[in-house]
Design a protein around this ligand. Sequence first.
Ligand code: ZN
Length: 304
Amino acid sequence: MSLIIFSHEDCLAHAPPPGHPERSERLQAAMAGVEQLDQPEVRQAEPADDGDLKRVHGVNYLQSLRDLDASGSLLSLDPDTYIGRGSLRAARLAAGAVCQGVDQVVRDPERAVFAVVRPPGHHAESAQAMGFCLLNSIAVAAARAAEVHGLKRVAVVDFDVHHGNGTEAILQDDSRYLFISSHQASIYPGTGDPATTKGSNIVNATLTANSGSDEFRALWTERLLPALDRFKPELILVSAGFDGHWRDPLAQLQLKDQDFFWIGEQLRQTAKAHANGRLVASLEGGYDLAAITESVVAFSEGIE
Ligand SMILES: [Zn+2]
C-alpha cells in the first residue's frame, strides 16, 4: 500500500467529560483500522505552528485557547466543546498532520495521505470553537497549500454527515478554494441549506434521514463530483467523517463502509485527473467505534 498515515498518540490526551461522543477511543478505533491495511506507512505528526494557524484563526482566539490551556482545568467552550489538559496540543497535532500531508503530496503526488487524528476540525470557525472542534485543521492545511506552496485551486471536499460550517465560513468567496459538502438535512449545526448558501465557491447538498447508499452515490455522481471536476483542483483535501455510517449514534444517513470505499475511489480518480493524484484526507466525525474501524479500512483502500 502506498498510503501514508500521519498520526500521534498525544491526540488521545484531549479528554472531554465521560460519556462525550468525541472520545479518545475513536482514535484507537481508527488506528485499529489502519493496522488492518496492507503495510501502511505510519508517520509521526508534528504540531502546527502559529504561522500556519494564524492564516485562518484570529490571534485573539489563539491567545484565548493558550490561556485556557495554561489553566490546566477542563472547561466548556460551548455546550459540546471542551478544552482541558492536552487538548490544545492534540488540536495542533491534528492541524499539523494535515499540513504535513499537504507538504508530502506536493513533493510526491503519487502517494495519498490520511491524517488519522482528533479532535475533528470542520466546525471550528476563525474565532469560535464549536461542535467538538478547536482548530479547523482542513482550512489551515488549505491555506498552507495556497500560501506556502502557491497552489491556485484547492478543493475541500466534506462528506461528514454534519455540515462543515467552519470550513465554509473560512474559505467563502476566496476563489483559490472550492468547498463541497454533502450532509444530512436539519441536524447540527443547522447550516448548509443549499437554498440559502452564499458564496460563489461553496457547493452544499443535503440528504434526508434514512436516504442510504443509492441517494448518497447519486448525489455525488450527478452533482458534486461534476462540480469538483469543473474546478480542476490542483489538490483535493477531504474532511473524512464517518458519522454517515448506519451504526452511528448521532445521525441517520444509513451509509455502509463500502460507500466510504466508493467516495474515496472517486476522489482519488478526480485527483489523478487534475492534480497529479494529490489528495490529503483528515479524520473528522464518526462516533461508533466498530463503524470507525471498518470505515477507515474501506476509505483508505479507496484513496490508496
Ligand atoms: Zn460529523
